[in-house]
Structures are given as C-alpha cells and as structure tokens.
Design a protein around this ligand. Structure first.
Ligand code: GLU
Length: 463
C-alpha cells in the first residue's frame, strides 16, 4: 500500500508551497488507495508545535482534505531516536567524537584557506585512545568516504552524488543527546511505513545523508520524488513579497478551496493542456511522474482566472452559504437568485462578490464627482425624472426586463440615446459610472428603493 506523508516544520501557519507538497503527497496516496499521514517536525523546541499543528489542521479542514491516523510529533519520539543512536554505536556504525568547537573551527579555516570543502576530518572515526576530559561527545555516523550515491528520483531521474564531494561523518546526535534532522527524518519515514516520499527539491541534498541512515539501520528505501520549487515571475524563490504565503490568507482574500487546489495542482503538474481539475479528477489523473522537472511560476492572474471560473459555475445556494463568511447573508433572501446571477460573473473572489453585493444592496452615500459631471449634462435631470415617473406609475415591476422596458420607453419618448438615461441612473443607483447592469440592480433593490435613490440624487443635483 502506498503511504505518503506531509512533514512540515512548525511555522504557525501552513505555507502555500507546503500545501502544494501536501496536495501532491495526498493525491498520490489516494490515487493508489493508500494512506497520507502528517508528521510535525518539531525538533526545534523554541517553536510551538501544537499551534503549528492546529494551523495545519484548520487549513486542511477548510480545504477538505484529511490526514490518516493521529498526527506524529517528532518531539515525542526522542527515546526512539536515542535507541537507534545506541544501536549504531553498538554496531560500530557510529562513534563518539570529542572534537572541541575550537578544533573544528581551526580545521575549517584551514580547509577554507586551501580552497577545500569544509568537512569533518574523521579524527575520531577509528579512535582508540583515551578521550579528552570534560568534553561531551557528539555522535557521528560513519559515512562512505568514496563512491557514488544515486538517488533514483521519480521526477528528476537518477541524481548522483559523489561521497567525497558531499559527505562526511555527519552528526546524528548532539552532545546533549538530541538527534539531528536527517537522522530522525529517515527513521520516522521508515518506521511510519512511508514508501513514497514527495517533497520539495530543496531537500534533495539531504537525501544522500538520509540514505546513509537507511542503509546503516537496514531499512528499505522509499521512492523519492523531489518537486521543483515555486518561483515568482522573476525566477526567484517565492516570498511574501510575491503574494500571500499563509494558506489561510487565501481564504481571507476570498478564494475558494477548489480554486486554490486547482491552482496549486497546476503549479508543476500537468495533464495535457487541461487547466480545470475538480478534486475527483485530480484523484483519478494525478501521477508524480508528470511533474515538471523545472520550477513552476506563481501567477496571480491564473489564480484569479480559476477563482472566477469556480465562482461563476457555483450553484447560488452554495455561493450564498460561502458568502456568509464575508458578511453577506443571502441564504434566505428573496432576491438571492437575481443578486447572484447578476453579480457572480463579475467577481474574481468571494470577497469581491461580497463587496459587489454590498455595493448594490446599500444606497450610495456619496457620488463620484467625475461621474456626476459626465452624467449630468443637458437634459439629464429631465430624463431621469421622466423615468422615475414611469417607475412610480407601474404596479408590476419584478424582473430586470420590466425595468428595461421602462428605460426603453423613456428614451423613445424623449428621443435621446441610451446613455442619457443610463448614466444619470447609474450615478443615482450606485454613485458611480461602473457596476453591474442597471435593470438587474433595480430588480434586486425593488421599486421603492429605486425611487428613493433617484430622489436622493435629484436633491443633490438640484441644490
Ligand atoms: N520538515 C521539512 C520542511 O518543512 C520537510 C522534510 C521532508 O519533507 O523530508 O521543509
């Protein structure tokens, strides 16, 4: 059975790049009917792991995907790691190193001066003498001194590392006993039964080290997939300056889970030239072998395009429920259908849609000066008054087309162009010259509110 994992280090929020990794891992597990587990890599005790785990659980809940089983916390597994450190010591595959900080620094300076790679010099690897007093040793693993380590990567193909170029006997436990990063990741992945590791390619250089640990402990290697990074449009690693990095900020900005997941799955993965993927489709089609070998480019326009697509195609009942989060209560509003039909094609996000709904449902408190100047030329006031009279005299006014008929009748009667009624009426209803169709707006707010808004504006113009 395929078992994948998401293994974030606690940051207090779920990072957008992390979410993409999580999504790829999740999809690959589920495409294969397998399991997707969550491990919090909280070996750095200064960071709060509970808060970070909660942030991930919240984000997963919003996005509608779940991890299998309990969350694993590395901070609770110290005894397990200590046991394996001891095992390697007992088997002679690891050793105590008593080198002082000063001595190590000296060696490094020397190596730098000689233009050599900085590395431990192996002094205690086969040490048989009396260890220096008063030094708490670190534990180092015996890494191969020569040869090639090949990562058979599911995305990048075979990636070779020359042992002498990248490895030294790296530390697996510090002098206080704390096990180190690459050691615990390998142990956890092996013990948790992870057989397919999908992660960012910023970890590729860790993989040979982790492979040494697998080898030393006799664990089976998983299949690795190192996913190229997400870049900004200038080809640099995505940062906060390029957009939100916290997944929950995307919720606050009004993106739907569908659009965000669809956006992320296409950052690096493709299936022909298809752009729109429902979760069901992703769960049928995803395969990490189709992940691009090069970095993907974060593109806000693409996200907005997808978001607009999902909003436009969402049933109004569902939209109304989602809008509540943004302060718009339409679920039992009698004009729900007209409001949403009129406005949902104009919004890129739920937040924008909420603003549009608000804009239509609330009478303008001020009128844009430029719009006023443009709209109130010649006999505009007269045209507006004529229209208001017709509205006032009509009993059956419900549909957008009812209002449209009255607008047509007004311009025919006064022999003016459509702009002569459209512009002043638009300013009256919305305070500006942009916005949704006027007949829709009037059908949404109704006859009385339409008349009231026209009256309000007339007062201002006549002043
Ligand atoms: N904890 C690492 C990170 O957040 C990921 C480790 C891994 O996936 O192997 O970058």
């Amino acid at each position: 059975m395929t078992v994948t994992r998401f293994a974030p280090s606690p940051t207090g929020y779920l990072h957008i790049g992390g979410l993409r990794t999580a999504l790829f891992s999740y999809l690959w597990a589920k495409v294969n009917g397998g399991k997707f587990v969550l491990r919090i890599e909280d070996t750095d005790e200064k960071r709060n792991s509970k808060e970070a785990a909660q942030a991930i659980v919240d984000a997963f809940a919003w996005l509608g995907f779940e991890h299998d089983g309990e969350i694993t916390y590395q901070s609770q597994r110290k005894e397990i790691y200590a046991k394996y450190v001891q095992q390697l010591l007992d088997e002679g595959k690891a050793y105590k190193c008593y080198m002082s900080r000063e001595e190590l620094d000296e060696i490094r300076e020397q190596q730098e001066a000689n233009n050599e790679r900085r590395r431990y010099n192996g002094k205690y690897r086969n040490f048989e003498g009396t260890p220096p007093e008063g030094v708490e040793p670190v534990i180092r693993i015996k890494a191969p001194e020569s040869g090639t380590i090949v990562v058979h990567d599911g995305i990048k193909g075979d990636v070779s590392f020359e042992a002498q170029d990248i490895l030294d006997d790296f530390i697996i436990a510090r002098s206080d006993g704390a096990a180190t990063y690459n050691f615990v990741v390998a142990i956890d992945d092996a013990l948790m039964g992870i057989n397919e590791v999908v992660r960012g390619d910023d970890h590729l250089s860790n993989t040979p080290k982790q492979m040494i640990v697998y080898e030393a402990l006799g664990f089976d290697l998983p299949k690795f997939y190192h996913v190229p990074m997400i870049h900004n449009e200038n080809g640099k690693k995505l940062s906060k300056r390029d957009g939100a990095t916290d997944v929950m900020e995307y919720k606050a900005m009004g993106y739907t889970p569908e659009s965000l997941l669809n956006f992320l799955v296409r950052l690096g993965w493709s299936h022909g030239d298809q752009e729109i993927f429902s979760m069901d489709e992703m769960l049928k089609l995803f395969n990490p072998k189709d992940i691009n070998k090069s970095a993907s480019i974060y593109n806000t326009e693409k996200l907005n395009w997808l978001s607009a697509h999902y909003i436009k195609n969402m049933p109004n009942d569902d939209l109304a429920v989602l809008l509540e989060e943004y302060g718009i209560m339409l679920t039992s509003h009698d004009k729900k259908e007209i409001v949403l039909d009129a406005l949902k094609e104009r919004a890129k996000t739920l937040k924008e849609l909420a603003d549009l709904v608000n804009e239509v449902l609330t009478a303008p408190i001020e009128y844009e000066e430029k719009a006023m100047k443009k709209a109130f030329k010649g006999n505009a006031l007269e045209v507006l008054t004529a229209f208001a009279d017709k509205v006032n005299a009509s009993i059956e006014l419900h549909l957008p087309s009812d209002y449209h008929t009255l607008m047509e009748a007004t311009i025919t009667e006064l022999e003016v162009g459509f702009g002569k009624i459209g512009q002043p009426l638009r300013v009256a209803l919305l305070g500006k010259l942009s916005g949704p169709g006027l007949d829709d707006v009037m059908a949404i707010i109704g006859k009385d509110e339409t008349l009231l808004r026209i009256e309000n504006l007339k007062k201002v113009v006549e002043e």
